[in-house]
Design a binder for this molecule. Sequence first.
Ligand code: CA
Length: 678
Amino acid sequence: MNKSFVSAMALSILSAAALSSSTALAQSAYDQQFVNYPTYSGADLELSVDNSGTHFRLWSPKAQQAVVLIYNTGHGGDAIENIKMDFDPATGTWSASSPDKLYGKFYTFRVLYDGKWLDETPGVWAKAVGVNGNRAAIVNLDNTDPNGWNADKGPKVDNFSDVIVYEMHHRDMSMHPSSGIANKGKFLALTEPSTTSPQGLATGIDHLKELGVTHVHILPSYDYNSVDEANPQFNQYNWGYDPLNYNAPEGSYSTNPNDPESRIREMKEMVKALHDAGIGVIMDVVYNHTADNDGSNFNLTAPGYYHRHWDDGKYSDASGCGNETASDRLQMRDFIVNSVKYWADEYHIDGFRFDLMAIHDIDTMNEVAAELKKINPSIFVYGEGWTAGDSPLAPERRALKENVSKMTDIAVFSDDIRDAVKGHYTNAADRGFATGKPGQEETVKIGIVAATAHPQVDYTKGNNSKFPYAKSPEMIVNYVSCHDDLMLTDKLRKSMPEESDSVRQAAAKLAQTIIFTSQGTPFMFAGEEIFRDKQGVHNSYKSPDSINAIDWNLKARNIDLFNYYKGLIALRKNHPAFRMTTADDIAKHLVFDKIDAAKTPNLISYSLKDHANGDEWKEIKVIFNGADKAQSVKVAKGDWKIVAIDGKISPDADLGATKGGNMTIAPYSALILAKTGR
Ligand code: CA
């Protein structure tokens, strides 16, 4: 899905109304019809199996009749049974039972609505599905658990600023012949130990361990619509932002999409392998819209209810994909909350990244975070704090970036630091602070302090945000690139066309040094640590593997860059000063040096003082030079050890010593110094 105009759109909407509280929370005329709908969120929704047999319970308050059809196969063939369902007006549900345990069978529902039988649907709660997700499957989930699953646990997270996120797509990581991975494009790819590139360097899960990230964020891995699972030989690629069945894994990532247990078991095996490696698994979830409108499973069960509409009855489209869901309606809110709880419980998922989170309302997101915390306090929830179009949901109710302080235990992406560091995402040629564009300093500083209130940061000069919207650094995810828009390598090539790749790599190092030393949670895109590119394709959501797959030969070629990323990550992990947990701490311990940006642009210098956040180092000096020429900064006299200089980094501060004074910083580079003594 193309979200390339998202931020600009969100901003224009925001400036108009985001923080006005005068708008009443009145429901629209369209909403009125649902006011008295009964709701039901029991765990037996749609399917349950116990000793008395197999039980179906479909929520569809306005249906006139409902049936469940039983099949022997996941596609093709006629129904072997057609069971009439009985209505319970108190819960709005239709139920039917079979005295047998129907494991191995498949089912669909059909409802009579407005005098018309709608198409068959697997429902909205199918936890297992046949090929291409058209029929739900009846499986015993206990049979899908890998060995040792009961003892499986993700990494414990004390503070979300300790998390280091690596965003990846299953096919990107493993499809290239140089990956050395056998299960290419599959969940199982990340279960393979000791895979190497042709030059003998680690790939796959060993590469992740070597790099040191704490969590992988996997692009949509629920069952999505666009890849034909029945024809894997076509090698189709899609990011997966076109949800079909929210509670079952995508079949094309399994070794056998025809076997409903295969995708479940293999995804769990992936999670377990990552957990065994100490790495958490975050899922990208897209509850904000469905792939189809009238033909979506939501509409085939309870027409009109789950999506928002304008008062004229037309679908509203804040997702830019044709529709948007209605988290503000109770049954939809329960669906989202229970769905993430299911993934956390059944698949041991460690975090959720909400696509276009601002389509959801604040109350829903708060309930999501609160319920997940009960299951596992280490679960990290963050999202895109914007929409891709206008919504009937009032702006003050939206889970917008600017509303993040109204939420608890939720973080948002900082488009502030993203655009200020590398240049605006809508203009390929635009440069940023790290690539020589002046005037970005204050917005970068907003990123450095994680959008919290800081006495030395002037928010009126911010490009994207004009006030400190985060109450805590744990509300902010910092990044320069992700799957959307030009990824870092391509952005650097387009915006620095006259430069060599070695100069661009210097800029890449600087850009990521800013991200990984900033307060908040750092986030990176898979493969940028080895200077992977996507041949300049900014919206590669259905581009072939030849564009999207990571060429692991690049690791040997760009090993210096890889080692720099590794060093940056180790530095951050070893030093809590970069991971403060309160705005007060940041205001007190992070002190910017006075630099006149009008006279010496592209220069930022600050200190993390007095063993910030319990750091063993007394003071850390962080200096960024984003200009194409060397610049000098006056550093207070003292016994400094050098942590990073001119494209080199040592987490142990082993790059020499200096007494301070006037220090020169190479073009497009960071200088980090430490007073290591007590
Ligand atoms: Ca699918």
